[in-house]
Design a protein around this ligand. Structure first.
Ligand SMILES: Cc1cc2nc3c(=O)[nH]c(=O)nc-3n(C[C@H](O)[C@H](O)[C@H](O)COP(=O)(O)O)c2cc1C
Length: 410
């Protein structure tokens, strides 16, 4: 039975079903670091510096940026890739750094599916041969065969076993934001009519089989978490109704923690750059969280938009969530969690969206800005609030930014 608490404070510990104790309710949500070794995908010392910094800030849980389960299909340059035991030493050092100060540290596992940028990977596969509807950015994928689907399930399990063996406290399945698992769940991206598509039950089979295979590999004592979209925010996409139906099955699937987010590259709701109407409250997926409570007792983390200690505290004391997920604010203020724990009512993140006023590029500009700060932290430097979103965008487009520099350096 999953452990669920209600009406907690930010500094209250949380015990998960496997017995793991999060020392407090603040979690760093996954942010892709792009700090793996360019050639091998091994974790680098820069990741150790970054995570030591973050965990010293007093997090209850830290979730790594997405780690690829298959070197043939990656989401971004310099992703960490774990397919076999080659990187165990580097993973062990990364885990030790991330677990500083009693923080529980888990690795996010991902396969990008059709969200593989043009030119990055030779193999672009997805449930169906339907491209992302952003011209030129992503090639048309090839539909996976049944045998290839089974192989990918095995790969998720293998990567989970390896990172746990290296010392991480568990894994999070990335089932959100339009990547492979999210593609299987979406009636828009998955038009298969075999065992893996055709109705909601068959569309969620891939996710549930991935969860079962991972649980069998890592055993009952490690954390198995899932990041899931409340919805894809697109007509004909994964709906709230289907999301709730998936969530109702998670406890039986051995999931210990559910993180709610939303959106895809086509409709980036997670970035908070959509119309105001989708950002009703500070945390934009909070209303959905209330519906989740009705169908599941798996401990719940909500990520997206939390900025003030008062709003976080209110969500916890109302029993709406068990864990507060923070991403971008921690790139600007790595010590934010410590300040929130000390004085929740008087602490508010200074993070504001870094957009350029061109809707199609706003989410990317904000992302590049944030990643610039992450790379500074990983170099042992302080964040640079004066860095502008235009500069982030231009440097990304021209290939002169800190990301490109690091890419070349390898
Ligand atoms: C630079 C950057 C990288 C991200 N990478 C990931 C990722 O690898 N996996 C993931 O699930 N979400 C990723 N996200 C989304 C965040 O986890 C989070 O859902 C989103 O930023 C909203 O939370 P926030 O308002 O606290 O930033 C990323 C966000 C940013 C800004």
């Amino acid at each position: 039975m999953a452990t669920q608490t209600t009406a907690a404070s930010l500094s209250a510990p949380l015990t998960l079903a496997n017995g793991a104790v999060l020392p407090n309710r603040i979690a760093k949500a996954a942010m892709s670091e792009q700090l793996g070794d360019l050639r091998s995908g091994a974790p680098t010392g820069a990741l150790e510096t970054l995570y030591r910094h973050w965990s010293a800030g007093g997090l209850g849980l830290t979730i790594t940026g997405n780690v690829m389960i298959d070197a043939r299909s990656i989401g971004e340059p310099r992703n960490v890739i774990v397919e076999d035991d080659r990187h165990l030493d580097g993973l062990a050092r990364w885990a030790a750094a991330a677990r500083t100060g009693g923080t529980q540290a888990i690795v996010q596992l991902n396969h990008p599916g059709r969200q593989t940028p043009t030119g990055l990977s030779a193999r672009v596969v997805a449930p169906s041969a339907i491209p992302v509807a952003i011209k030129g950015a992503f090639p048309t994928p090839r539909a996976l065969t049944h045998a290839e689907i089974l192989e990918l399930i095995e790969r998720f399990a293998t990567t989970a076993r390896l990172v746990c063996a290296a010392g991480f406290d568990g894994v999070q399945i990335h089932g959100a934001h339009g990547y492979l698992i999210s593609q299987f769940l979406s009636p828009k991206a998955n038009v298969r009519t075999d065992d893996w598509g055709g109705d909601p039950e068959r569309r969620r089979r891939f996710l549930l089989e991935v969860a079962a295979a991972i649980r069998a590999e890592i055993g009952p004592e490690k954390i198995l978490a899932l990041k899931l979209n409340s919805a894809d925010f697109q007509r004909g996409g994964f709906s709230e109704e289907e999301s709730l139906a998936v969530i109702a099955e998670l406890e039986a699937a051995g999931i210990h923690l559910l993180e709610i987010s939303g959106g895809t590259y086509e409709a980036p709701a997670m970035a908070g750059t959509l119309a105001e109407s989708t950002i009703a409250r500070e945390a934009y997926f909070l209303e959905f969280a209330e519906q989740v409570r009705a169908v599941s007792s798996v401990p719940l983390m909500v990520t997206g938009g939390f900025r003030s200690g008062a709003a976080m505290q209110a969500a916890l004391t109302a029993g709406a969530v068990d864990v507060i997920g923070l991403a971008r604010p921690l790139a600007l203020e790595p010590d934010l969690s410590r300040r929130l724990l000390a004085a929740p009512d008087h602490t508010r993140s200074q993070f504001a969206l870094h957009t350029i006023g061109i809707r199609a590029l706003d989410a990317a500009a904000d992302l590049m800005w944030t990643q610039h700060q992450i790379h500074r932290l990983s170099d042992g430097k302080a964040p640079d609030p004066a860095y502008g979103p235009w500069r982030a965008t231009l440097e990304a487009l021209l290939g002169t930014g800190v990301n490109t520099f690091r890419r070349r350096r390898g």
